[in-house]
Design a protein around this ligand. Structure first.
Ligand code: PMP
Length: 302
């Protein structure tokens, strides 16, 4: 697939000019925070719907605040940049957007500016899967007391990466990570749910997870369907009691799990609750169902 014409780097630029210096703190020390956002093309209405934009931009402000950036790039600034970029590229397809607030100058690791905003948007399809074979990783999640997963910092992704690479090397599709105390945490870029006796269970927000927007969406959708949800610590052994399981996240949407440590989930992949959710989620993102308009930001392309 060819690159789009434009990117955003503190202004609209040609794709090939969206570069960052090798002396920057972002490059040298990973001093960057970001959001991955999706926009879904509604061909019937000729509208690109950005999914959960406000929630993503709120989290980006939080991540910058945690990093003590000397200037916070606000949600309004980011929104303007994203809209300008989508219009400049004139996408008529589903799009994946990355919004990064990063330290663009050189300096010592404790320096907190200058801050730059980079946005890229690329047409991208689904991560469709009929079931993931998951390895419970021997690599543990970095704890809140070291580098909090609540902050969507680029550096955090090295932790998920070692687990994902290990899983692939060992013949699995992806990893499920545990906290330092051995409770279930999350996947490398997605949150985890299991269904046990009709109850959906997911790790609570203090289990070293990213406070995932899709996780919140899923909780709302499950509750609307009358399916009880428990947010609580999950023992590793409880995974063996799951009837079905799935991962969720902006990129992965709702991804069914086939097996965990080669133990195949008895209700199938996708199981009935996962199937229901996948259908609901897709109807809402594609705007086939008009419910929850607050989750969609429509962009009219001229
Ligand atoms: N956990 C991690 C570590 C992630 O990177 C992501 C992707 N952003 C998620 C969970 C899912 O979060 P969200 O639903 O907000 O995309």
């Amino acid at each position: 697939m060819s690159n789009p014409d434009h990117a955003w780097l503190d202004g609209l630029v040609k794709w090939e000019d969206a570069t960052c210096h090798v002396s920057s703190l972002a490059f040298k020390y990973g001093a960057a925070v970001f959001e991955g956002v999706r926009a879904y093309w509604d061909a019937e209405r000729g509208v690109l719907n950005i999914w959960q934009l406000n929630e993503h931009l709120k989290r980006l402000e939080f991540s910058q605040r945690f990093m003590r950036y000397e200037r916070i790039i606000t949600a309004d600034e980011c929104r303007e940049a994203i809209l300008a970029l989508l219009k400049a590229n004139g996408f008529r397809a589903n799009v994946h957007i990355t919004v990064t607030a990063f330290l663009s100058g050189p300096g010592q690791p404790f320096v907190c500016g200058p801050v730059s905003l980079a946005v890229t948007a690329m047409a991208r399809g689904d991560y469709a899967t009929d079931g993931l074979d998951v390895q419970v990783s021997s690599w543990r999640r970095t704890p809140d007391s070291s580098l909090p997963q609540r902050v969507k910092a680029n550096g955090n992704y090295l932790n998920g990466r070692v687990a994902a690479v290990q899983a692939k090397t060992d013949g699995y599709d992806t990893a499920l990570m545990l906290t330092q105390s051995g409770k279930v945490s999350e996947g490398p870029a997605m949150c985890f749910f299991m269904v046990r006796d009709g109850v959906a269970i997911t790790a609570d927000k203090t289990s070293d997870i990213l406070e995932s927007i899709t996780r919140s969406t899923v909780i709302t959708l499950l509750e609307e369907q009358g399916i009880p949800v428990e947010e609580r610590p999950i023992d590793r052994s409880e995974l063996a009691a799951a009837d079905e399981a799935f991962f969720c996240g902006t990129a992965w949407e709702i991804a069914p799990v086939r097996s965990i440590d080669r133990l195949v989930l008895p209700a199938g992949s996708p199981g009935p609750v996962t199937s229901l959710l996948m259908e609901r989620f897709s109807a809402l993102t594609m705007a086939a169902d008009d419910a929850h308009p607050e989750w969609r930001t429509p962009v009219e392309l001229s």
